[in-house]
Design a protein around this ligand. Sequence first.
Ligand code: M6R
Length: 582
Amino acid sequence: MCGIVGMIHAESVMTALVPALRRLEYRGYDSAGIALLDQNQLTRHRVLGVLDQLTGDMPKDWDAKTGMGHTRWATHGEPSVRNAHPHFSHRVAIVHNGIVDNFQTLKTDLLNKGYAFASDTDTEVIAHLIDLHMTQGHDPVSAFSVAIQQLEGNFAIACMISHWQDALLVARRGTPPLLVGKGPMGYSIASDALGLVDVSDHLAYLEGDSWAIVTQDSAKVYDFSGERKPLNWQKQMLHHQSCNQGDYAHFMRKEMDEQPDVIARLLSQPTPTLAQLYPDLNHVSLLGCGTSFYAAWIGKYVLEQRYGVTLELASEFSYRHAIMSPGVTLALSQSGETADTLKAVAYAKNQGQKLISLVNAPYSSLARCSDHVLDMQAGPEIGVASTKAFTAQLWLLFALAGITPDRAQHLPQSMRQALQLAPDIRRWATALADESNMLYLGRGVSYPVALEGALKMKELSYIHAEGLAAGELKHGSLALVDQTIPIIFLAPHDAIFDKTLGNIHEIIARKGRLHVITDQAGAEKMPAVGLTQCLILPDAPDPIFNPFIQTMALQLLAYYTALERGCSIDKPRNLAKSVTVE
Ligand code: M6R
């Protein structure tokens, strides 16, 4: 999704602005731009495509101490230079994340008042609206505060105004995050804490429905009724090194390798159990989107040994008006900023639910509205495909369910051994790279693992991959099985292995292209003929941890298949890391 950065520093912001924008590249974007305010003049430079083009074409002699930048992920209007931010209206420059729901009404009114539009975006109405209020006699601050109250929807915006003072006016309504940072050079703003790395040693999140005047040495915050609000400063915990790719070809590959250490770190620290937090609890609702949803689904298998559990896709949940069983909602989100999840959580809280969030961003919007926050401590996850956050979420769910770290003591080691199967898995990937379709099958808890594996394959390699419950084959999908479609079958030697074996025979009988992922005990019982490939995973310390080990293999398979196909691994097409619009 879009990214915003802005700075007012004691020296030229040029050397800091573009690196800050680069740190937001991972969120996904199609165009980018910066605007500078220097000696009462606004200048801007915008490009379609990547930031390298922006820096390549940019005048080198800009010396402004106030500036802002934006990476755009198109919603209103195609990706193009004319739709890239910042947008201008006379003295006003605007960058914007989110959507102005009532932009069409505002645009019609502005057109009637003589404003000409240079883009197809909803954003441009904000710039013209502020300009309109200034022409009607408002000073810049009042024009800004009146304009933002006319906007409907969820948004974060930053604004510079020429022939006034060196300041950034910023506002946030609803879900899109916006932070203020302070450091030795001055104040900065960003839509993501990573944008403030290296320029801020302290940062503070703007609450929803608030706005601020940010100068080189202060940030004054107000709510929408004009009342002054404090900022809750936190120490900046992210550093340059934590956002570094090191010797890896891709962030994703590095983040996969980090997983055993992430789990080891979590195992070494106490995580409260649900029974400790809520001794009388009977029911748990699980919410998340995408990979976080599949983590929740796997967690359901352990939580439902003790509690009634409801699993909900956050993007579908809020609009069903479901009556929730009284209890605790566990909301899973790597970013803590996923708009669908935040919306679902607001609904759950309205229903009187206690909220525990599992996040990788402990100051995120989700964390800040939770009763308890469990921090994944996975470090920044830059690759759009979620990897280490997924396995960290799994452990936190297991711990909440009461699984003790001593049972998982050898888990990091087993995960490391699974990652060492990379050369074997790469051979599979080479053979599968030209496929158009794949099936991922699993039974029991291996079913949501298969779903997650299929999602990884889809988003990274653009191959259509469908996850199925193996037991459901004969209820329809068996019709797909022939000698052409590759089937990735998760078949651990667990309590339902015999059932799994039955499904494997169903496929063999139809000459299916079976790629089985199993363990030593499973391999020993596999049919002697009929398997195209068989990968033997290291044993998990306990079968309950099979999803962690299987996931290593499925992540590697998606990664190497995408690599073979020449796909953009860390930034798959059309996707964004942090999905801050519904
Ligand atoms: O930040 P979140 O965990 O809330 O993100 C949810 C999904 O958008 C995310 O997991 C997505 O499915 C991943 N790109 C999948 O790898």
